[in-house]
Design a protein around this ligand. Sequence first.
Ligand SMILES: [Zn+2]
Length: 557
Amino acid sequence: MRSLRVSIILSMVIIFSLPSCTLNLKAEPEIYIRFNQLGYLPNDVKTAVILSYNKLEGKSIFVYSNKGKEKVFTTKFGNNLGAYGNFPFTYTIDFSSVKSIGEYYFKYAQQNSYTFRIDENIYNGLADSLLLFFRVQRCGYTDPLLHKVCHISDATSIIDGKKTITKTIDVTGGWHDAGDYVKFLNTTAVATYLLLFSYEFDPDKFGFDSNKNGTPDILEEAKIGLDWMLRSYYSKNKLVTQVQNLRDHEVGWRMPEKDTLGFDRPAFVGIGKNLIGIYAATMALASRIWNDKFHFPEFSRQCLTAAENIYSIRNQVQDVDSSGSGMYLDKNYEGKLALGAVELYITTFKTNYLNDATLLADQAGSDFWWSWGNLNSLAHYRLAKFIPRFTDFIVKNLEEFNKKKKQNLFEKGTDLAWGTNVTLLGITLQNILYKKLTNDSKYDSVASSQRDYILGKNPWGVSFVSGFGKNYTKNFHHQISFLKGKLPGGFSAGPAAKAFVDKAIISYNKPDKYLKFQTENDYYRDDRMDYITNEPTITGNATAIFVFGNLAFGKKK
Ligand SMILES: [Zn+2]
C-alpha cells in the first residue's frame, strides 16, 4: 500500500511540474476561485482569490445572479500578484459593490463557481450547529448526542505528582476535549467561560431555547462544564486538572461507551495561578448569570464561593500548573488571573479585585494571539469598561493582525501554527470586542478576512465547518464522527506549516485530494488520521460560537 501511494504522489508531482500548455489538456479547471462559500453580509468588503496556471491580465471575470442568470458584475484581472505554490499566476478581485440580497456565482470563460449568498441572515443557525458539537462531547450522565452514556466511574484513581492514590473521586460528566476521550480542566474552563461570556454579551443573539424549558441552550451547555468544574475542585488547595492520560490514544478507535479503558481512568491533580484565574473567572461570571437572569440563588452562591475560595489561595501556589500528560500547559498566568480578578470585581464590587486585575492586566500586556492559552484580550475588554486605556492592548493586537494580513495572498492575520483556525477566528472575536468598546469600524476588513478564510477563501477552497459551505471538512480526526459518519458543528483545527505536520509522522488514511494546493507554509489534510490540522476541539468551537453568533441577524426566537 505504501509503495503504491508513493508512486501516485510521484506521478502527480511530475504532472504538476510540466509546462502549462500540457496542463490545458487535463480535465481540470483553468482557474480556482476562492471565496467565502457561505456568503457575505450586504455591506461586507467582498474579495476572492484566483489561482491560475495561465496569465489572466486583462481578461474578464463576472458575477451572475443565480436567479435569472443575469450578469450583475464585471471586472478585469489586474497584475499577477506572484506565484503561489504550483500556481504561477494569482489575482484578487473585489466585488464589494454587489450588495443586493440574492444568490450568485462567478463565471470565467466556460467555468462557473459554486453559488454563494448575500443576505443579512446568512450566519443564522451556524452558532447553534457549532453548539451541538458540545453535546457530542458530553461525558457521563449528561444526555449526550450520537453516543450512549460513557465513563460512569470517572475517576478510578488519583495521581498527585509521583504518588498514585487508589481512591475514587466523582469527576463524571463534563466534555471530552477533542477527538479523543480525555478531559481537561483548562480547556473545559475556557470553553465554559466563552459560552457564558457569549450569552452575557448578547442575550438576544445567544438566547435560543430549543426545548422551551426557560434556560437558553448555550447556558444548559455551559452548566455541563460548570457542574464538572465544581466536582473538579475536590479539596481546598487542589483541582483535578485532567481525567485519563495518553493511554487513551493507544487502544484504537471506539465509541466512548465501549471504551476498554472505561473503568481505568485516573484523575491528575494540580494547581497554578493560571488555572485559578480561568476557574475563578468562569465561576464568578456564572454566579452573576444565575443570580440576575434565572433567580437560582443557591447555585449562584455555590459558584461565587468556589470562585472566591480558589482565588484566595493564589499567592500560595506555583505560577503555572504542570500536572497531567503535558497537554494544555500555560506559559504564563497573568492574563487568566487578571480575568479572574476582574470578573470577581464585576460580581462583588470589592475594590481589591479591581486593583489586582489592573496590575495583572498591565503585566499581561498584548499577546498578539488567541487560543486556550492566550485570552488577554478578554481581561483587557472587561477592564476597559472601567479604565478605558485597556482598549489600547486590544488595538495593538489588531494592528499586528492587520499588518500580517497585508503580507499574504489569503489575508491571514497570523502565521500558521497548531490549531490556527481558532486563532484566525480569535482575531474576528477581538474586533467584535473592540467595536463594542469604541464603535469604530477600522478593523472590520481584517476581521471579515479571517471569517472568509475559515469558510472557503483559502488555498484548498474548503469550509472548515461541517455542513456549512459547498465543500466542507468531512473526515475529522474524531472517533464518534468516523464511527457515526457525521459530526454536527464540527470545526477543524485548520492548516499548519508543512514541516510542523511532517514532524507528527502521520499514517494517512487516503491520498491527498488537495495535493496541488499544498505549500511549505500552508498545509491542510481532510484526513481522519491528521490530528494536527483536522481535529475539532471544545475551545475552537467555543470561539467560533461567539464569532458566528454575533454575526447572526435579528432576535432569536
Ligand atoms: Zn465519556
